[in-house]
Design a protein around this ligand. Structure first.
Ligand SMILES: [Zn+2]
Length: 476
C-alpha cells in the first residue's frame, strides 16, 4: 500500500466513514492565510517545484539546518534544483516531524506522486512535478479551484490599495478573496523612523493629513471602512501577548507626538500606546460586525546573527512563555464593559496555555452568536497532529467543539491546502476513536453533522463572508 492511501490517519471504521462521507467533500473557507493577492489576481504560473514548494518555506529551512545542510541550500545562492535535492535528501530524516506527512500528502495531491521522497527519487519527482507545472494546470487560480476553496482571506497592511482584491471580484474566478486588516506597523512608536515612514503611507492612502493622534485614528478608521467596502470582515494582530495597560487619550496623544518628532517611546510607553490602539481597533471591529484575530505567543527572531545575515522570517522564531491569560482576559474585559467586544479568535502558540485560553474564551461568550469567542486552530508549531489534537481536546473539554470554526492554512505557499485534509482526518480519527470506545453515541447523523459544521459550515455562518455561487466554479 502507498504511504498516502485513502485511509491515511483514519484508524477506525467510524473515522473512515466520517471522513469519506462527511468531511472530504466539504469546501474550504481559508479565513487566514498569507498568500499574495497579486499571485492570485495574475494567476501566477510556477516555473518549477522549487518556486511553488520551497521558496519562502521556513519550516523546511529549519529541518535542513538541523540536518546539517549548509545555508547555501536553504536561503543561499544554490540553484533551485540544488536546493530541491538538498531538501529531498533531508526528507528521510524528518520522520515523525509533520513535514514528513505534509510533504508526501502535498506531492500526492498536487502531482499524483506516490513514492517516498529522498535523494534517489529526487530527480524523477523534480521532473514529474515540473512537467505538471509547465502544462499550465497548476496555476494559482486553478489550485484554488482544484481544492474547492470557496473563499480565502489574505493578510494586508491598512495602507494597501487592495487593487488585486478588487480586480478579483470583477473577474469572477469561482472563489472569493478577501483582505484582512493587519495594522502591525501602527504600534511602532518605539521606532520613530519606521513609524513615521508608515504614517506617510497612511496619510497618502487615506488622504488625511496626519498631524495628531485624532487624525491618526481617523485615517485608520478610513482604511478600516475601505477594507469593509472591499468585502473584508476580519482583522488580525500578531502580538507576544495582549496589550492591556490603561492609557488615557492625553497620554496616547503625547506618546504619539513624541514619536512623530523622532523621540522613541520607552517600553512602558509603547505598551500604553499599543493598549490604547488595541481598544480602538476592537471598537472598530465591533461596530462593523467584524471578527478580530489574535495570534499570541511567538518569540520572534531570537538569533540575531542569523537575522543580520538573512533578514526576518527565515526560520529563527520559537514558542514564547509569557503569562498570557490575565492580559488576554483584561483586554476582552475592557471591550466587554463598553459592549464593544467583537467576535474574536485567539490562536495560541504555547500548548501549556491551551486550557488558559480555552477557559478564558468561555468566560466571554454572551449568547448572541454561537461560539462568539473562538479558541482558534493549532497555529505554527502547533499546526501538526499532536498540536491539533491538543487544541481539539482542550476545546472539547472546556467549551463546545461543535461550534468550532475549524482550520486555516496560515500559509505563504499555494501547496498548503492539504492542511485542511490533514486536519479533517485527525478530527474524524479522534471522533471515530471515541465512538468505537463507546464514549460517543454511534449516531452518524449527529456526528456527521458536527464534522460538516467544523469543516465549513460554522466558518461560513460565523464570518459572514459572501461566497462565490457554486455555479461560478468551472473546474474541480
Ligand atoms: Zn498568519
Amino acid at each position: 500500500m502507498n504511504f498516502i492511501h485513502e485511509d491515511f490517519l483514519l484508524h477506525s471504521k467510524t473515522a473512515r466513514r466520517l471522513y469519506h462521507d462527511y468531511a472530504a467533500s466539504q469546501p474550504i473557507l481559508d479565513y487566514h492565510s498569507h498568500l499574495s493577492p497579486a499571485d492570485i489576481a495574475t494567476d501566477r504560473r510556477f516555473r518549477n517545484l522549487f518556486e511553488i514548494w520551497l521558496e519562502g518555506d521556513h519550516y523546511k529551512w529549519r529541518a535542513m539546518r538541523a540536518n546539517g545542510i549548509s545555508e547555501r541550500f536553504c536561503k543561499g545562492k544554490a540553484t533551485p534544483r540544488e536546493k530541491f535535492v538538498a531538501w529531498a535528501r533531508t526528507v528521510p530524516f524528518t520522520l515523525r516531524n509533520p513535514l514528513y506527512h505534509w510533504s508526501h500528502l502535498e506531492l500526492k495531491r498536487y502531482f499524483g506522486i506516490d513514492g517516498l521522497l529522498d535523494e534517489h527519487s529526487a530527480s524523477s519527482v523534480w521532473n514529474q512535478a515540473n512537467a505538471f507545472l509547465s502544462s499550465g494546470n497548476l496555476t494559482a487560480r486553478s489550485i484554488l479551484r482544484k481544492f474547492n476553496v470557496r473563499a480565502l482571506c489574505t493578510s494586508d497592511d491598512p495602507c494597501d490599495h487592495l487593487r488585486h482584491h478588487r480586480s478579483l471580484v470583477a473577474s469572477k474566478p469561482g472563489f472569493r478573496v478577501y483582505p484582512t486588516f493587519r495594522p502591525d506597523r501602527a504600534f511602532l512608536v518605539n521606532d520613530p523612523a519606521n513609524f513615521n515612514a508608515w504614517i506617510r503611507q497612511l496619510g497618502e492612502a487615506s488622504n488625511i493629513e496626519i498631524s495628531s493622534l485624532r487624525n491618526f485614528l481617523d485615517a485608520l478608521k478610513q482604511r478600516h471602512d475601505f477594507f469593509h467596502a472591499t468585502g473584508g470582515r476580519l482583522s488580525d494582530h500578531g502580538l507576544e501577548r495582549c496589550h492591556a495597560t490603561p492609557c488615557t487619550e492625553r497620554r496616547a496623544a503625547a506618546i504619539f507626538r513624541n514619536s512623530r518628532s523622532g523621540k522613541a517611546a520607552t517600553n512602558q510607553e509603547q505598551e500604553q500606546f499599543a493598549s490604547y490602539l488595541m481598544l480602538f481597533f476592537g471598537r472598530l471591529d465591533a461596530e462593523r460586525g467584524w471578527t478580530k484575530q489574535l495570534h499570541l505567543g511567538a518569540l520572534r527572531e531570537v538569533n540575531t546573527r542569523r537575522l543580520r545575515e538573512l533578514g526576518p522570517d527565515a526560520g529563527f522564531d520559537s514558542t514564547g512563555d509569557w503569562t498570557q491569560a490575565k492580559a488576554f482576559c483584561m483586554y476582552l474585559d475592557c471591550l466587554e464593559r463598553e459592549l464593544a467586544l467583537p467576535k474574536t479568535i485567539v490562536y495560541n502558540l504555547n500548548p501549556a496555555d491551551n486550557y488558559a485560553f480555552a477557559t478564558a474564551v468561555g468566560s466571554f461568550q454572551d449568547g448572541s452568536i454561537a461560539g462568539k469567542i473562538q479558541f482558534g486552530s493549532g497555529w505554527w508549531f502547533l499546526d501538526q497532529k499532536e498540536g491539533i489534537e491538543w487544541q481539539i481536546n482542550a476545546l472539547s473539554s472546556t467549551g463546545l467543539l461543535s461550534r468550532f470554526i475549524g482550520m486555516v492554512t496560515d500559509s505563504r505557499s499555494f501547496m498548503s491546502f492539504p492542511r485542511h485534509e490533514y486536519f479533517r482526518r485527525i478530527l474524524c480519527d479522534l471522533l471515530g476513536h471515541d465512538v468505537e470506545n463507546g464514549d460517543l453515541p454511534n449516531d452518524e447523523q449527529l456526528l456527521g453533522g458536527m464534522v460538516r459544521d467544523i469543516c465549513f459550515e460554522n466558518a461560513r455562518q460565523y464570518l459572514g463572508l459572501e461566497l462565490a455561487p457554486v455555479s461560478e466554479k468551472r473546474e474541480r
